[in-house]
Design a protein. Structure first.
Length: 209
């Protein structure tokens, strides 16, 4: 399969790439992720994901790869967007506002297709419900440091799972890479992964007959 540049330092996104068996290298894109007020969260995540891909294109223009993937995740509640907390105090404020409420998690994925010289992108959202958190529980979670670098100050794949009462949608969206939509994006852009997968499945069926 053809290698993909992952414009993200997210360990979870790297785990998903490994799970899918995708050959990749990491080049985290450093962009301005400050969240402007009164911004549509869906459009914001799409814009940031695309900017990450564009940043890698800019950095690697002399040896531009065929495939680049960027992604971004935000949490939205009460018309407010939560990105990555800058410090422990801000993380505590985010968790306090999420306590006992539903919130939206939106993840956008952008894919540069070097064959067509275009950037495809898509965003996916789901709803997450939090239990009511005591101040002691918030402080305990902050002590784990899982909040660092996490949209909304929590990671679903870690101890924050103790606080989540319900998820409506794909857990992989909350974790930072909606697998179904990303797979479809690869397939629709002609990446050989999907064709190889279908051939493997067909061979397995024939072998079982």
């Amino acid at each position: 399969m053809e290698p993909i540049i992952l414009a993200s330092g997210s360990p979870r996104r790297q785990e998903y790439f490994k799970l899918m068996g995708l050959p990749f290298s990491i080049l985290p894109a450093v962009i301005d992720e400050n969240l402007p007020a009164q911004t549509n969260p869906q459009k914001l995540t799409e814009e940031l994901a695309v900017k990450k891909v564009q940043k890698v294109i800019e950095v690697m223009k002399a040896r531009l790869p065929k495939w680049i993937c960027g992604a971004d995740t935000v949490v939205a509640t009460d018309n407010k967007i939560f990105g990555k907390p800058a410090n422990r105090e801000e993380a505590a404020q985010m968790l306090s506002k999420l306590s006992g409420k539903q919130h939206k998690v939106i993840t956008a994925v952008a894919l540069y297709n070097g064959n067509d010289k275009k950037i495809d992108f898509k965003s996916v959202s789901c709803t997450v419900s939090f239990a009511v958190l005591s101040q002691e529980e918030i402080e305990w979670y902050l002590d784990t440091n899982e909040w660092q670098g996490a949209a909304g100050a929590y990671r679903i794949q870690g101890l924050a799972g103790c606080f989540i009462t319900q998820i409506k949608g794909s857990p992989s969206t909350v974790a930072g890479l909606p697998l179904r939509e990303f797979y479809a994006m690869l397939r629709d852009n002609g990446y050989p992964y999907g064709a190889k997968l279908r051939k493997t499945e067909i061979s397995a069926v024939h072998a079982s007959l």
